[in-house]
Design a protein around this ligand. Structure first.
Ligand code: GLY
Length: 364
């Protein structure tokens, strides 16, 4: 079991630990309990995760002397709405949950974002713990305090920065994760190597098959490394005003692909294609060497991740989603670009024609 401290400089009372390991839930809950989080635990999970892990989690907490109960909501991105925030809050009120309780977000990214948002506003905020069960939530969304719901067709348009009290990452949850969900998370894992850690990237190149087989050793090493990178970035830029934006590598074009496809292209696939496109843009701008760009594409390929854009996808619609349409002054939008694998930067001057040409080239 590894423990990584997230130290938030200005208000140290908000610092918290990411507890990582295999089959660690019991030990991690004991730690949480020792810190006094044990008066009342309200575990909130979607309808899929509740059946798989929810009851067991509640039973474990009760056994450890932490009175716990379970609230469920329907699984899927469609639940990431303000209506669901109100519905969960109503349930909390009906159960007379007050600020002495702790909410537990048990599940993937949707659960973490939704429960985190409820926790940030319910009775002017209530403590919460993240127990992420998907790869994407374990390496990304459970860390760093971004919470929120979708609104008026836009992702995360209502939300807050609200840090959890602890993040408990049990790698064994990944054993039962559906293939599609696992791949979704792998795209974010590759992203960390590209933006910040050439050694991680090399490990992924060497260990691609082991990773795809979910071999425990490599999986633990990789998840732990990604968490350490993310915590380092969040400590410097908690409120996403500067360096934290490098976490958006692949996401500028990725989010547009998700939106234009009406979310038929899932997040990991979109980010994978987005990373290919944005690496090509970096190469075209003379920042990135061709061989480095080819290594990125080869790694994504060996992990079975998508690299091409569907031929029938409307390029102008994509440009418009990216913000590179005629409405935007100067036709420029900030992109995360890379100098080499492991070194990224934010560039505010990518030309519309360069993006257009890259999109067209990826339609094969
Ligand atoms: N998922 C990107 C961030 O936390 O900033």
């Amino acid at each position: 079991m590894k423990r990584i401290k997230v130290s938030l400089a200005r208000r140290s009372d908000r610092s918290y630990e990411i507890i990582i390991g295999r089959d660690i839930l019991e030990r991690a809950c004991m730690l949480v309990s020792q810190r006094g989080c044990s008066r009342r635990m309200v575990v909130i999970a979607d309808s899929n995760v509740a059946g798989l892990h929810g009851e067991a989690c509640v039973a474990l907490m009760c056994r450890l002397g932490m009175p716990a109960e379970l609230i469920t909501f329907p699984a899927g991105e469609a639940s990431k709405t303000i209506d669901m925030v109100l519905s969960v809050s109503t349930e909390l009120l009906e159960r007379k949950v007050d600020r002495s309780a702790t909410l537990v977000a048990l599940g993937g990214g949707v659960t973490g974002d939704l429960v985190g948002f409820v926790a940030s506003i319910y009775m002017r905020s209530i403590p919460f713990i993240q127990i992420p069960t998907s790869l994407i939530a374990q390496v990304d969304s459970s860390i760093g305090g971004k919470t929120g719901v979708d609104f008026k067709g836009g992702k995360n348009l209502l939300g807050s920065f609200y840090q959890p009290k602890d993040v408990i990452i049990d790698i064994s949850w990944l054993d039962t994760l559906p293939e599609k969900e696992f791949k979704n998370g792998l795209a974010e894992v590759v992203k960390y190597g590209i933006i910040d850690d050439a050694d991680l990237f090399e490990t992924l190149e060497w260990e691609a098959s082991a990773l795809l087989e979910r071999s425990p050793g490599i999986l633990e090493r990789v998840v732990e490394r990604c968490c350490a990178i993310k915590k380092g970035i969040v400590e410097i830029d908690e409120y996403d005003l500067g360096i934290r934006r490098i976490l958006n590598f692949g996401h500028t074009i990725g989010h547009a692909l998700e939106g234009v496809s009406d979310y038929r292209i899932n997040h990991g696939t979109a980010v994978s294609i987005g990373m290919v496109a944005e690496a090509r843009i970096a190469e075209k701008k003379g920042c990135l060497d061709r061989r480095e760009r080819e290594r990125i594409e080869a790694l994504l390929d060996s992990l079975g991740l998508e690299r091409t854009i569907p031929v029938d996808m409307d390029t102008n619609e994509l440009l418009s989603r990216i913000g590179l349409d005629k409405k935007r002054r100067g036709g420029k939008v900030p992109f995360v670009l890379i100098k080499k694998i492991g070194v990224s930067f934010i560039n505010g001057s990518v030309d519309e024609n360069l993006v257009k040409e890259t999109i067209e080239e990826l339609k094969v």
